[in-house]
Ligand binder design. Structure first.
Ligand SMILES: [Zn+2]
Length: 561
């Protein structure tokens, strides 16, 4: 019998991220899954009647326990992210934003609603209308006024970003020298899923993609695909997701657009990129969208079940529909992805249609969150954990509570609220480390137990003595894999040696300057090269200044910022 988790994860099925042009499907099939036999609600009902209740690693349940998101009858299929969920969401998207600089993407911000005439141009209105929400303005008739459409025109809530990015590409003249142009967009998207299919973060009506569109020359396809595969590999490695395999879907037998030559060239480029990636890949012969071949990433979860997440799709159609072009020498050869040294040909410039690559590394951010929530089951890696530090006061005396607040600001890089002599506030550089305080009038044992249950990575305790010494006493053993590298971290070694009254000079003779109580000290940590590593038991109860703790935690998240 499959585990409950496997059963539930099986509901996280692939859905096409950019498919606009659909072939007709049987009536019981909508958005790529069967509403009759694969309704998540239906499965849950069946399970509850046949199996005894068991604790589930269900992202919906975990989402409540970890205070990540909630739902409302007023917004079916549109989850409301709570502060912890928003932290998680932003860490995922900010991680990708940081990679965009490296991979050459530029983030854009695009509208949520567009006129019906845009969706007619893109093909959505004919092929995707059932999955879209239409919107009309107050008092609008929905009537068109000839081709130039007036304010009365009906609008559509966007189910994908591609048409908006085509408008940006078309907003100015483009030369072959400008390409590739890569746009990224985290816009919320809306798709009109039927009510019975809605479930947690996996079947939603409102979601976000780490959406990207690459406009490139035909000769650049291979390089762009390779770079995207590298992006996916790096990201899944960082998130601890995998293993995964790659699947190439090729030209359908009869229903396709473009020439056979264009398809052959594009497929050859994809195959070469896949071979160069040195990753396992398979082929789905004839399974490509009719507007271009594609590569899907099939992720295997810990139960061995496969889920489609990332996708890379070539599109020959949308650039033509939007009449996109760039100027290039020898345009006919350029369109085929070929080059020449013939001066006569090179002297002729002309318009060429760019190739459009739709790509998403995570796919739906909500769906990846569901996978990660279940995958980690509360044991978040430090950089993702929405509950990173809990400061517990030993009592609720004002001096201790005030000190806990001061520690929180110091750990977060906020210092105290400085007001310059001219009265203006000084700029702060917050590090976004999540710090909570429990100053409730309960026993310290109870508060520690609760913080552990909530999976805080760092539990810090402060009392009167710590106020005097300018320190916190931290338990770092809840950080996953802590024992591997923390004992040698300079800030921790320094803290341990300061508080254990080790000599004030390191073996190399460099002084170790105490910073206890100095909340504004921004000086760099002297690397205590000569100090011994911490013993494992020291990680359980380490006295440390807020500044040293902050330095250590910043190092922990640095590579993911
Ligand atoms: Zn797209």
């Amino acid at each position: 019998m499959r585990s409950s988790r496997a059963l539930r994860l099986s509901q996280i099925r692939s859905r096409p991220s950019h498919v606009v042009y659909r072939v007709p499907r049987p009536q019981s099939v909508r958005n790529g899954y069967c509403t009759v036999c694969e309704s998540p609600a239906g499965k849950d009902t069946a399970k509850s009647t046949t199996n005894p209740p068991t604790p589930l690693a269900d992202h919906r349940q975990l989402g409540i326990e970890q205070e990540l998101f909630t739902t409302s009858v007023y917004s079916p299929g549109s989850p409301l992210f709570l502060p912890n969920g928003a932290k998680l969401f932003n860490r995922l998207t900010n991680f990708l934003r940081a990679q965009y600089d490296h991979f050459g993407f530029q983030e854009v911000i695009t509208p949520t609603i567009y006129k019906k005439s845009l969706w007619e141009k893109s093909g959505h209105w004919d092929n995707y209308a059932d999955d879209m929400y239409s919107v009309t303005g107050r008092g609008a008739t929905g009537e068109k006024e000839g081709r130039q459409v007036g304010e009365d025109e009906e609008y559509g809530l966007k189910p994908m970003n591609c048409p908006g990015h085509c408008l940006i590409f078309a907003s100015k003249q483009r030369s072959y020298r400008d390409l590739p142009i890569r746009y990224a967009d985290f816009s919320p998207l809306h798709r009109n899923e039927i009510h019975g299919a809605l479930s947690g973060l996996t079947r939603v009506r409102r979601f976000h993609q780490d959406d990207g569109h690459i406009f490139c020359r035909p000769s650049q396809i291979r390089q762009e695909i390779s770079s995207t595969l590298e992006f996916i590999k790096m990201t899944y490695n960082v998130f601890g997701l995998g293993p995964y395999r790659l699947a190439l879907s090729t030209r359908p037998a009869d229903h396709f657009i473009g020439t056979v030559e264009e398809w052959d060239n594009a497929e050859a480029a994809l195959r070469e990129s896949l071979d160069a990636s040195e990753q396992v890949w398979t082929i789905n012969e004839g399974d490509g969208a009719f507007y271009g071949p594609k590569i899907d990433v099939i992720l295997k979860d810990s139960d061995g079940k496969e889920h489609q997440t990332a996708t890379i799709q070539l599109d020959f159609q949308l650039p033509k529909r939007f009449e996109l072009e760039y100027q290039a020498p020898a345009p006919e050869l350029e369109q085929k992805g070929e080059s020449t040294t013939d001066h006569a040909l090179l002297n002729v410039q002309g318009p060429v249609t760019p190739v459009l690559i739709h790509r998403a590394v995570l796919g739906s951010v909500e769906r990846i969150m569901a996978l990660l929530i279940e995958h980690h089951n509360g044991h978040w890696p430090f950089w993702l954990n929405p509950r990173q530090v809990m400061i517990i006061t030993v009592n609720d005396r004002q001096a201790v509570v005030d000190y806990a607040q001061k520690c929180k600001r110091s750990i977060q890089g906020l210092g105290s609220a400085n007001v310059a002599s001219n009265g203006s506030m000084t700029m702060k550089s917050p590090n976004r480390i999540a710090v909570d305080i429990d100053d409730s009038p309960r026993s310290i044992q109870k508060k520690i137990r609760e913080a552990k249950q909530k999976r805080y990575s760092v539990i810090a305790v402060v009392g009167e003595k710590d106020v005097e010494a300018g320190r916190l006493v931290v338990d770092l053993t809840n950080i996953p894999k802590a024992e591997e590298w923390m004992p040698s971290h300079p800030a921790l070694k320094r803290a341990a040696n300061l508080h254990l009254s080790f000599p004030s000079k390191a073996k190399d003779g460099s002084p170790i300057r105490a910073v206890h109580g100095n909340f504004e000290d921004q000086s760099s940590v002297k690397r205590p090269l000569g100090l011994p590593n911490l013993a494992p038991e020291q990680l359980k109860s380490l006295p440390i200044s807020p500044m040293d703790l902050s330095r250590f935690l910043i190092d922990m998240v640095r590579e993911h910022r």
